[in-house]
Design a binder for this molecule. Sequence first.
Ligand SMILES: CC(C)(COP(=O)(O)OP(=O)(O)OC[C@H]1O[C@@H](n2cnc3c(N)ncnc32)[C@H](O)[C@@H]1OP(=O)(O)O)[C@@H](O)C(=O)NCCC(=O)NCCS
Length: 160
Amino acid sequence: MFYGGLGVPESLSKLQRRYDDREFDVTDRSLHLVIETEDKIIGQMSLNNDENLPSRAATFGILIGAGYLGQGYGAEASGLLLNYAFAVLGYHKVNLDLFEYNVRARAMYEKLGFVHEGRRRENHWSRGRFWDDILMGITAEEWWAKHGLPPQPEIGRERG
Ligand SMILES: CC(C)(COP(=O)(O)OP(=O)(O)OC[C@H]1O[C@@H](n2cnc3c(N)ncnc32)[C@H](O)[C@@H]1OP(=O)(O)O)[C@@H](O)C(=O)NCCC(=O)NCCS
């Protein structure tokens, strides 16, 4: 499973089995979603809130399957879930971790407006050496400043 952006990805067929078995959690505190296009599962993403309500902070993670990378799916799916996180679930902050060599993910997160917040040094062993984890995050204010406010409710407005 691919929680919080770090971990070992699953194959798409395994993902399909988990989805068919309804293994994905859709409670507000732990959202695990599959990403579908034309009835085909191409990836998954998650939004976890392990903290208490006053912090209103969540951890985001995403995986697009091989064969579907670099076609805009990651940015589009992330945008949809982050809009939902800020506008509907009312989060104040979304955080994530990534391995320092993950250039593609970092570029996408920066494009979405995530800010570099720090690094957890030599926390990950891969390819014969230790690597840092990069910590990134975005506040609701930063998200709306970059992507525009969500549609406002009609309540109280005069009808023309
Ligand atoms: C990171 C990931 C989710 C991005 O999804 P994607 O569908 O491949 O990315 P998109 O096509 O939506 O591209 C979004 C942006 O990412 C960056 N990007 C995409 N492919 C890239 C590449 N090969 N090299 C560098 N940057 C790249 C670009 O900034 C791109 O924007 P642009 O096309 O306007 O230039 C996807 O690559 C993935 O699942 N990787 C494996 C798992 C992973 O690393 N998850 C994140 C860990 S925290």
